[in-house]
Write a new protein. Structure first.
Length: 162
C-alpha cells in the first residue's frame, strides 16, 4: 500500500488519512486503485483479499467509516476460485512408506492414510480411543481436535487393523 500511495498520491499514510477525512480523496476510489495495483502484480486472489481486509481494518481503526454496501458496489475484488484437492493415490502412499526408514513415521503415515485424518487429529488419538477388535477397526476422534469441533468415529481400512 505504501508504494501505491507514494506513487499515486505523493503523500504519506498520515497525510492520506487527513485528505480522506477532509473529503479530498475518495476512500473507495483509493481502495479500488489498490486492488487493481495488487491484481496487476499477480498476487493470488486469496492474498489480495487478505490485504484489502487489512487496509479496511486499518482505515476503520483510524476512524474512516467504510460502508460495506458502498465498498461492494465501488470496489471489485477478484473472485476466489477454490480448487478441489485431490487425495494421494495408493501408489503415492506406498512410495512415501517405502522412502521412510523410521518405523514411527511409517506407522503415522499409514494411520493417516487409513482413516483420512488430519495430522492434529491423528496425534490426538489415545489408546482408549482405538477399537481394533471391531470389524472394521474404528477410532474415536474428540471434537476439540476436529475442524468442525464435533466428535466423530472413523472406520479404518483393514490394512491398519491387521
Amino acid at each position: 500500500m505504501n508504494q501505491l500511495v507514494s506513487e499515486h498520491y505523493d503523500l504519506g499514510i498520515d497525510d492520506i488519512i487527513i485528505q480522506i477525512n477532509k473529503g479530498k480523496i475518495d476512500v473507495y476510489d483509493m481502495l479500488g486503485r489498490y486492488v487493481r495495483y495488487l491484481n496487476n502484480n499477480f498476487i493470488s486472489p486469496v492474498t489480495l483479499k487478505n490485504y484489502v481486509i487489512t487496509i479496511k481494518n486499518f482505515l476503520e481503526y483510524r476512524d474512516i467509516d467504510i460502508s460495506p454496501r458502498k465498498f461492494k458496489l465501488k470496489v471489485r475484488i477478484p473472485k476466489v476460485v477454490r480448487k478441489n484437492k485431490e487425495a494421494l493415490s495408493k501408489e503415492d502412499i506406498v512410495d512415501i512408506l517405502n522412502a521412510s526408514s523410521d518405523i514411527r513415521l511409517k506407522t503415522f503415515v499409514m494411520f493417516l492414510a487409513a482413516g483420512g485424518f488430519r495430522a492434529v487429529e491423528a496425534l490426538s488419538v489415545r489408546i482408549k480411543d482405538l477399537d481394533l477388535e471391531s470389524k472394521p477397526p474404528q477410532v474415536f476422534i474428540r471434537g476439540g481436535y476436529t475442524e468442525t469441533r464435533t466428535d466423530r468415529i472413523v472406520f479404518l481400512t483393514d490394512e491398519i487393523g491387521a
